[in-house]
Design a protein around this ligand. Structure first.
Ligand code: NAI
Length: 339
């Protein structure tokens, strides 16, 4: 008899409920049984509980250990602190992994892309240490620690090895932030020594990386980045393969894993039924892999590829006219048709 897994579902805000519903249907279509516990997070939780990330929600994720999360809205320049940042810090979800791969059938001007972005998730400028030191003068503190840098570097090499990748590139700006990024690089170099002969290692300045990615993304394999560089480079890389609606992600910690797309709550298209569910569906595939459902992981990825190759039910962001539901239905049909 097949196992029924337990997982927390955080539909989130904006297009979150639309794309998480799609992902849940695809998981079911792939034959994976999940007993979901749906909880509010983000603006929805502010409305219901006066807190974007209620302690009870964190406790449930800690207990169940796996969550599928929709994007949450964070007000700009004021208002509540990002539920994402709090979730990643509170649960010590220190490693953010974002595979960015050319989507079969979708032409882009950027050539073949097959990258894995490994982003440190708990510190850097995301520490939220900002001070108004005098009128018109603000400091924002970048925190880089040996502990967190070692931990993410070790993870990146282990992940690269486990997924049969060949090279890890550390991304930095240590010519300017000599101490902070210098410390990060020290830790990357230290980890690379353990993998000599098995995994290649090199380094690139973050600004040069952006130019190189646009020109020759195929030169890169696994990118290892601090939090802010990882955030920015992820969106750039998503642009290389056709947009934010296509790139999945996972946040791993020692005690829990939370799977979520790279994109945000897309308020400009929320409620219109046209959000691209692929990024969330591929995040759900990563969740299946994490749960040990490796066949479902492969079937979902192949199902998505089969649909994009046929170009029959694509949403507007990738050149089609289909709705979220139509694209999801097409993916489910292809997932079921996989051996
Ligand atoms: P966004 O990713 O929500 O949207 C950027 C652009 O991409 C928009 O034009 C949007 O329509 C489009 N887009 C994004 N996902 C799409 C999809 N699945 N299908 C079709 N088009 C898609 O970024 P934005 O506008 O900067 O942020 C909106 C809100 O989302 C903010 O409150 C931000 O804080 C939050 N956000 C949350 C994240 C999370 O919860 N993990 C990550 C990034 C942003």
């Amino acid at each position: 008899m097949s196992t029924t897994h337990r997982a927390i579902l955080l539909p989130g805000d904006g297009i979150g409920p639309e794309v998480t519903e799609a992902a849940v249907r695809v998981i079911e279509g792939a034959g994976v049984k999940v007993a979901w516990e749906s909880l509010p997070c983000g603006l929805a939780a502010v409305t219901a509980h006066g807190d974007a990330l209620p302690a009870s929600v964190v406790e449930r994720i800690r207990a169940v250990k796996v969550a599928l999360k929709g994007p949450t809205t964070t007000p700009i320049g004021g208002g509540h602190v990002s539920a994402n940042v709090r979730l990643r810090k509170t649960l010590e979800l220190f490693a953010n992994v974002r595979p960015v791969k050319t989507v079969p059938g979708l032409e882009t001007p950027y050539g073949p892309v097959d990258l894995v972005i490994v982003r440190e998730n708990t510190e850097d400028l995301y520490a939220g240490l900002e001070n108004l030191v005098a009128p018109g003068v603000v400091t924002s503190i970048k925190v880089i620690t040996r502990r967190a840098s070692r931990r993410i570097a070790k993870f990146a090499f282990q992940h690269a090895d486990a997924w049969d990748r060949k090279r890890v590139t550390a991304v930095h700006k240590a010519n300017i932030m000599k101490l902070a990024d210098g410390l990060f690089l020290d830790c990357c170099r230290e980890s690379s020594k353990h993998w000599e002969g098995k995994l290649a290692y090199d380094e690139v300045l973050v600004d040069a990386l952006c130019m190189k990615l646009v020109r020759r993304a195929w030169d890169f394999d696994v990118l290892l980045l601090e939090n802010l560089y990882g955030d920015i480079v992820s969106d750039l890389a998503a642009g290389l393969v056709g947009g934010l609606g296509l790139v999945p992600g996972a946040n791993y910690g020692r005690h829990a894993a939370v799977f979520e797309a790279v994109h945000g709550s897309a308020p400009d298209i929320a409620g219109k039924g046209i959000a691209n569910p692929i990024a969330m569906i591929l995040s759900a595939a990563m969740m299946c892999h994490h749960l040990g459902e490796k066949a479902a992981f492969t079937r979902i990825r192949r199902g998505v590829a089969a649909v994009t190759k046929k170009k029959e039910a694509l949403t507007p962001d990738i050149g089609g006219t289909a709705t979220t539901r139509q694209l999801t239905d097409a993916i489910i049909a292809e997932v079921k048709a996989q051996p």
